[in-house]
Design a binder for this molecule. Structure first.
Ligand SMILES: NC(=O)c1ccc[n+]([C@@H]2O[C@H](COP(=O)([O-])OP(=O)(O)OC[C@H]3O[C@@H](n4cnc5c(N)ncnc54)[C@H](O)[C@@H]3O)[C@@H](O)[C@H]2O)c1
Ligand SMILES: O=C(O)C(=O)CC1(C(=O)O)C=CC(O)C=C1
Length: 294
């Protein structure tokens, strides 16, 4: 039998996304040996027990020696530090990618710290996830039929882009390419803003109710549960994403506030016809999205 294409895979940040990537590739027979680099000993131990990694790295130098592929899968706020730490040990043939939810900040960090390795650093982002974190949450099927965006650098070698594309396809993902600025704009609308809204809806219950939050939440039904599921996500991860995409997200918040103000005006004016028209347009767009993509 032919040996797996990746003799050594290194995952930096063995959580939901890094862990799911490793599991899916191992299942596809793509990996001979997987090394994890982490921040929490307990999480790394769990990753080992769950068969996500074969080895917990002691230091970056030995972890990266002979690595075919490195995946950066820690919160985006850690990117600068991690890239600076690994840069001296990345070997010439090693391909590197990341899974960060924002791309322009990650690319800027790569240009700063991985200038020598830019041909081999291919930024990527799986549009798949859950509100859960850590190795325990890793799921072999997480990326099946989900979009995966690559935002290639002009310096990227064809070989590096091809390998990253193949690996994600073997995880079941549908790979698309787009410029990093477009990625950050689109994701601000469909991912970053919704998280801001979910977090603020929960805090609204905490701060703005005439009744005790516990009493209000006792009667919260499935609509509230659906709207706030993602408020259970990692605060650290979302702090980093919001700060990394600050400028675009501020514009999105302003536009959204204008929507709310518009609805508020319709309501204040008792304009039932316009309210119904607005709700109908929203429902129609959602239905189209469900039919086409879900
Ligand atoms: N959760 C999602 O839905 C989702 C989806 C797509 C992309 N992402 C992106 O993927 C990345 C990881 O997210 P996740 O959901 O897997 O988070 P996670 O919390 O499950 O895993 C991240 C892991 O990185 C480790 N870590 C933190 N700092 C580190 C450091 N300096 N060195 C090594 N390890 C470190 C943490 O201990 C943790 O185990 C983030 O950049 C996020 O933006 C998340
Ligand atoms: O399903 C969820 O819980 C997610 O938050 C996944 C989600 C999203 O917003 O859709 C979160 C962050 C990403 O970078 C990609 C996917």
């Amino acid at each position: 039998m032919a040996s797996p294409p990746l003799k050594k895979l290194v995952i930096i940040g063995v959580g939901l996304i890094g862990g799911s990537f490793a599991l899916a590739l191992r299942h596809a027979g793509m990996v001979k040996h997987c090394v994890g680099i982490g921040r929490s000993r307990k999480n790394m131990q769990r990753a080992l027990e769950l068969g996500i990694i074969d080895e917990i790295a002691n230091d970056p130098a030995s972890a990266l020696k002979g690595a075919d592929f490195i995946l950066l899968a820690m919160p985006v706020g850690q990117t600068d530090q991690v890239m600076a730490q690994i840069a001296p040990y990345v070997e010439d043939g090693t391909i590197i990618s990341d899974v960060g939810s924002t791309k322009q900040d990650v690319i800027l960090a790569a240009r700063t710290h991985l200038a020598r390795q830019l041909a081999h650093f291919v930024p990527s982002h799986p549009i798949a996830g859950t509100e859960f974190s850590g190795a325990e949450a890793a799921d072999i099927h997480l990326f099946c039929d989900k979009p995966l965006i690559i935002t290639p650098l002009k310096e990227n070698s064809v070989e590096a882009i091809d390998l990253v594309t193949t690996l994600w396809q073997r995880c079941g993902a549908k790979v698309t390419r787009m410029p990093a600025a477009q990625h950050d704009r689109i994701l601000a609308t469909v991912s970053h803003l919704p998280h801001i809204l979910a977090f603020s809806l929960m805090n609204h219950v905490l701060c703005n109710s005439d009744d005790q939050p516990e009493e209000v939440l006792r009667f919260a039904g499935s609509s509230f549960r659906d709207c706030t599921r993602i408020a259970s996500s990692s605060p650290e991860m979302w702090r980093d994403i919001c700060l990394a995409n600050q400028e675009t997200l501020l514009k999105q918040i302003d536009t959204y506030q204008a929507q709310l103000t518009y609805l508020r005006t319709l309501l204040a004016n008792h304009d039932g016809e316009a309210l119904e028209r607005t709700f109908a347009a929203a429902r129609e767009l959602r239905q189209k999205w469900l039919n086409q993509f879900c």
